[in-house]
Design a protein around this ligand. Structure first.
Ligand code: SF4
Ligand code: SF4
Length: 83
């Protein structure tokens, strides 16, 4: 599970696999390089969610409306050792 030094996760809420058609637009849209394609399943995944800034560009650009952003979502998690 990703975590930050503050112990807070901030990321896109989810990518709906059933809606995603694997077009790859979101991979190129994300300025933070968060999203990658799962090449086997041909679905977008949030590979580096800890880098997400919640800018919502991916959500706006997705033609399938498969990406959900939760701007206020901040989930407290235990601090990670070694950070
Ligand atoms: S832009 Fe939307 S439909 Fe296209 S790969 Fe990303 S999540 Fe899937
Ligand atoms: S909200 Fe912005 S930073 Fe986060 S995955 Fe989408 S495009 Fe990338």
């Amino acid at each position: 599970m990703p975590c930050t030094k503050e112990g807070v996760i901030m990321s896109i809420e989810r990518i709906d696999e059933n809606q995603c058609n694997g077009c790859g637009i979101c991979v190129n849209s994300c300025p933070m390089d968060v999203i990658r394609m799962d090449e086997e399943r041909k679905k977008a995944i949030a590979r580096y969610p800890e880098d997400c800034t919640l800018c919502a560009v991916c959500e706006i650009d997705c033609p399938q409306h498969a990406i959900y952003i939760a701007p206020t979502k901040q989930v407290p998690v235990p601090m990670c050792w070694g950070l």
